[in-house]
Design a protein around this ligand. Structure first.
Ligand code: NAD
Length: 261
């Protein structure tokens, strides 16, 4: 591997790393040489990912400030530094028709996607300022850039098409949170970027969405298929490494062409 992409000696945190995309990113960063902290609300899942890569497993609820503080205190105690933070845990907000969207679901989505990213970035930023730099990578979505094509998805049990207004809004928020932090913290040598995946066939979504809907999503994607979560690893290593040393505030779209149509 080119030295520019080598993460040896770096300490990297991935939130929501017990499953899906986060699990693949944690493994990928470890393969690139990083010491990886695998943090998830599901402790057993975190342990299962951390053990084979020699990482540290931690239980965290990223929506809870005290829990996020405790996570970073544990990283301080174990490694004494944090070089890379991947804010991957996110989602929520339900799929109710917007006319029926409950305030509690709206707020839960904001907490899980936006508040969590702010809380982890703030803890990371304080440490990175002191140590002279770092990399923050936020996981956004193409649904932070374009509207949601409800008709491609399975109908809800009540026969209505699913709507995800909270998700659209919070992922858009992640994209401009990324720009905002990038500008504020540029002088501290902290680069803040995001990845915006398109349709990714994770274990959870693979089961949750019917094959017929996957076929429609694949047909809507210029490359004719959803991503395998492993296909997000290269961009994440790039943004975590010295190879992206002059890139900040950007959102790297990994969508097989979804947003280019
Ligand atoms: N799968 C996709 O198609 C897709 C597309 C674009 C963006 N994304 C984004 O990628 C990220 C990961 O999605 P995924 O599909 O891999 O999800 P997933 O459900 O497969 O995994 C999410 C992980 O986060 C953990 N988690 C949930 N709530 C948490 C909390 N409060 N604190 C800590 N951990 C928590 C879960 O236990 C789980 O291990 C999300 O931000 C999602 O919005 C996913």
């Amino acid at each position: 591997m080119s030295e520019r992409f080598d993460l040896s000696g770096r300490v990297a945190l991935v939130t929501g790393a017990g499953n899906g995309i986060g699990k693949r990113l944690a493994k990928g960063l470890a393969e690139a040489g990083a010491e990886v902290v695998v943090a998830d609300i599901d402790g057993a899942a975190a342990l299962e990912v951390a053990a084979p890569i020699g990482g540290m497993a931690r239980v965290v609820n990223v929506t809870d400030p005290a829990s996020v503080e405790a996570l970073f205190a544990a990283i301080d105690a174990q490694y004494g530094r944090i070089d890379v933070v991947v804010n991957n845990a996110g989602g929520g907000g339900g799929n109710a028709p917007t006319l029926e969207l409950k305030l509690a679901d709206w707020q839960a989505g904001i907490d899980l996607t936006l508040t969590s990213t702010f809380l982890c970035a703030q803890q990371a930023g304080r440490r990175m300022v002191t140590q002279g730099g770092g990399k923050i990578i936020n996981v956004a979505s193409v649904y932070g850039m374009v509207g949601h094509e409800s008709a491609l998805y399975d109908l809800r049990p009540d026969g209505e098409p699913p709507e995800s207004l909270t998700y659209l809004v919070t992922k858009a928020g992640v994209i401009n949170l990324t720009r905002g932090l990038a500008v504020y913290w540029a002088k501290h040598n902290i680069q803040v970027n995001a990845i915006a995946p398109g349709m990714v066939k994770t274990e959870r979504l693979g089961q949750q969405i019917s094959e017929a809907a996957w076929d429609r999503l694949a047909a809507r994607t210029p490359m004719g298929r959803p991503a395998n979560p492993d296909e997000l690893v290269g961009a994440t290593i790039f943004l975590a490494s010295d190879a992206s040393s002059f890139i900040t505030g950007q959102t790297l779209v990994i969508d097989g062409g979804w947003t280019s149509v």
